[in-house]
Design a protein around this ligand. Structure first.
Ligand code: WT7
Length: 652
């Protein structure tokens, strides 16, 4: 296992507690404590009965007869049932009151707006499904989605799900290199993209990035292009097709394709400890059940809500809680295209006031950014429609939590701090807003049927209050089933560290009340602005530059981003480490991976501190990067003079 979790022991002692407001509980989807206890007992004692009841609310073409089969990493859910996620998100609502309810309310960065009712969204999804099948795409094929945050991003995902195509959404902020690697790993036959998207008043040229990547993606046959910005784009006849042209040629009725519960729904790439991003594979039935229930229970979704999750569809949060979860619940989803501070620092608050948003789900990094900008911006807007707030992506500092509570929530909105991962597919630990007493900085209690535990380096449970590794004891419906093309890595990384349990890679402690306090990653993965980055990935990007011999990347605590990237770089003989090269290397990383991975700081050094076995001693580098002395245990360090030199550089 990686470093001892005691090394990241939390010093946080937080005693403030916020019971749910009575009026909130009275109206909540789960607000009655007797019902809560019954559900909890059932989910604990008979998880299969619990999940069977949940799934009965959804539509199955062929109803399942078994709920759970297999165990550990081989667990399958609803295995013999067939269903369709897009059908459940759309068709299922058309006979009821949601038919003419807004499914998506969208605002573009320039201020243009669109609203799609469930009926309209259904038609758009049918049209895109027809276009995709005319292109010859069929069940099991993989389709890349590389889009700005426009309704067509959700339409594309739903159209794929409707046809049983496996989508792989790549965040629009990733570079063409990153897109190429992911599309090749997934073997994508098509990419759905746009001419561009608006961000900070500029057009992000998505189609141009696809054009740059395409020649190196041998499996790619089609590029379906949505016109968003009207920017001129290069065109490859025979490969590229315009969505608006094809759309007008097809009908608007399409029968959803029944798929097996264990058929693949999507592949989503996330950073790991090696240079290669992992394509986590999620399947249909279990994912559907858990994102459905967590959305409804944790976000307390009701007809009259306007729910806004600020995540991009390129991340798991966008999959589960912008698109699938809320639409399964028949909710109204607000979607915003652009940058949070454009054209001014109050853009979010102005949208909340203008659209009457009732639920806001965002990341601690955004909250800290707003907190820094001061209270005047939110105060200028009437945000009294807000009734529930959420956070996700990294631990939230109690200060930021309190600011969110007071300044955004007006002290009346419960805050749901939701812990989960790309791998878990859906929320695992979070308050139920009508039931749980919240504490600033704690994700509180496990969701129904989820059994977390905290263990030491030997896999033994630790007493309450003590830090350790967070593991999940039993399989859950929305868990990733494998890493695309590398099942062995899936087994070793997640299921072999503590036999029989899922290893999360996070450190945590549980307090005497059973509340979980997440401390962050314990592996060589850092969390920058709520996004996981593998240090190896950034190192590989640096080493791919002609001047670089070796690189080590560590995280440094950052007030706003949580962690920022610091790179220690040794150069090839004859190369001079100057400011110009620093800039070049920073840009190189942005080109190779994307702007979020761009190192905040680059330090040139003649050598990196290594153990006798050649392993880079990141702990020392972390201490140095954080401005510390790196006087810790250096007994395994091969060459002490390396550290001395690094310290000198620091002073100089
Ligand atoms: C890692 C997963 C799942 C959504 C977005 C990130 C950290 C996530 C919390 C939280 C403390 C959190 C963990 C986790 N994390 N939510 N509420 N409190 N830490 O997805 O990129 O797969 O990253 O984000 O370290 O392992 P991801």
């Amino acid at each position: 296992m990686p470093q001892e979790p005691a090394a990241i022991a939390s010093v946080l002692q937080e005693s403030r507690a916020f019971p749910p407001p009575e009026a909130f509980s009275r109206a909540a989807v789960v607000g009655d404590s007797d019902r809560h206890e019954r559900l909890q007992a059932l989910s604990r004692e008979a998880p299969e009965v619990f999940w069977r009841e949940v799934s009965r609310e959804l539509h199955w073409f062929q109803p399942f007869t078994t709920v759970r089969s297999g165990s550990g990493p081989d667990t399958r859910w609803f295995e013999d049932g067939t269903t369709n996620l897009a059908y459940n998100c759309l068709d299922r609502h058309l006979e009821g009151p949601a038919r003419n309810r807004a499914a998506i309310i969208w605002e573009g960065e320039p201020g243009d707006t669109r609203t799609l009712t469930y009926l309209e969204l259904h038609r758009e999804v049918c049209r895109m499904a027809l276009v995709l099948s005319e292109l010859g795409l069929a069940k099991g094929d993989c389709v890349g989605i590389y889009m700005p945050m426009v309704p067509e991003a959700a339409i594309a995902m739903l159209a794929c799900a409707r046809l049983g195509l496996v989508h792989s959404v790549v965040f629009g902020g990733f570079s063409s290199e990153a897109l190429k690697d992911r599309m090749n790993d997934a073997g994508a036959r098509a990419i759905i993209t746009a001419d561009g998207g608006w961000r900070r008043g500029q057009v992000v040229q998505l189609k141009a990035q696809v054009d740059a990547a395409a020649p190196s993606i041998p499996t790619l046959e089609h590029v379906l292009v949505v016109r968003r910005t009207g920017t001129p784009v290069a065109w490859t006849e025979g490969r590229d097709v315009w969505w608006h042209e094809r759309r007008s040629l097809v009908g608007e009725q399409h029968e959803a394709v029944p798929v097996g519960a264990e058929d693949r729904l999507f592949i989503l790439y996330t950073s790991g400890t090696t240079g290669k991003p992992k394509g986590l594979v999620h399947t249909t039935g279990g994912y559907m059940a858990q994102v459905f229930l967590t959305s409804r229970f944790i976000f307390d979704l009701k007809e009259q809500d306007v729910y806004w999750c600020t995540a991009d569809v390129g991340w798991i949060t966008g999959h589960s809680y912008v698109v699938y979860g809320p639409l399964l619940s028949g909710a109204t989803v607000f979607m915003y295209e652009g940058a949070p501070l454009h054209p001014g620092p109050d853009r979010f608050w102005s949208m909340i006031a203008r659209w009457g948003i009732t639920i806001l789900y965002t990341a601690p990094t955004a909250i800290r950014t707003f907190m820094k900008l001061g209270d005047d911006h939110p105060r200028r807007h009437d945000m009294s429609t807000l009734r529930l707030l959420g956070t996700v992506g990294e631990p939230i500092n109690p200060e930021a939590w309190m600011w969110y509570h007071r300044t955004i929530g007006g002290e009346r909105c419960p805050i749901v701090d939701t812990w989960w991962q790309t791998e878990t597919g859906a929320i695992m630990i979070a308050p139920l807003p009508g039931i749980t007493t919240t504490r600033p900085g704690s994700a509180t209690q496990p969701f129904f049927g989820i059994r977390p535990d905290i263990v030491d380096g030997q896999g033994q449970p630790v007493p309450d209050g003590q830090g350790g590794y967070l593991v999940i004891r039993e399989a859950w419906p929305s868990m990733a089933r494998t890493i695309h093309g590398d099942h062995a890595r899936y087994l070793t990384q997640y299921w072999s560290q503590v036999p029989g349990s899922y290893f999360t890679g996070d450190g945590a402690r549980r307090d005497a009340d059973g509340c979980y306090w997440i401390m962050g990653r314990v592996d060589d993965v850092i969390n920058v602005a709520g996004h996981r980055l593998g240090t190896m990935e950034i190192e590989s990007a640096l080493v791919s530059h002609a001047a670089v011999a070796e690189a080590a990347v560590v995280g440094r605590p950052d007030e706003v981003k949580g962690t920022s990237v610091v790179a220690f770089v040794t150069l090839k003989a004859g190369r001079k480490g100057d400011e110009a090269l620093k800039g070049e290397l920073r840009n190189h990383v942005a080109t190779e991976i994307g702007a979020i991975a761009r190192p905040e700081e680059i330090r040139f050094t003649d050598a990196l501190p290594k153990t006798r076995s050649g392993k880079i001693m990141r702990r020392l580098l972390r201490e140095l990067a954080g401005g510390g002395e790196a006087f810790g245990d250096t007994t395994t360090l091969e060459d002490l003079s390396v550290l001395a030199a690094l310290r000198q550089d620091d002073e100089g």
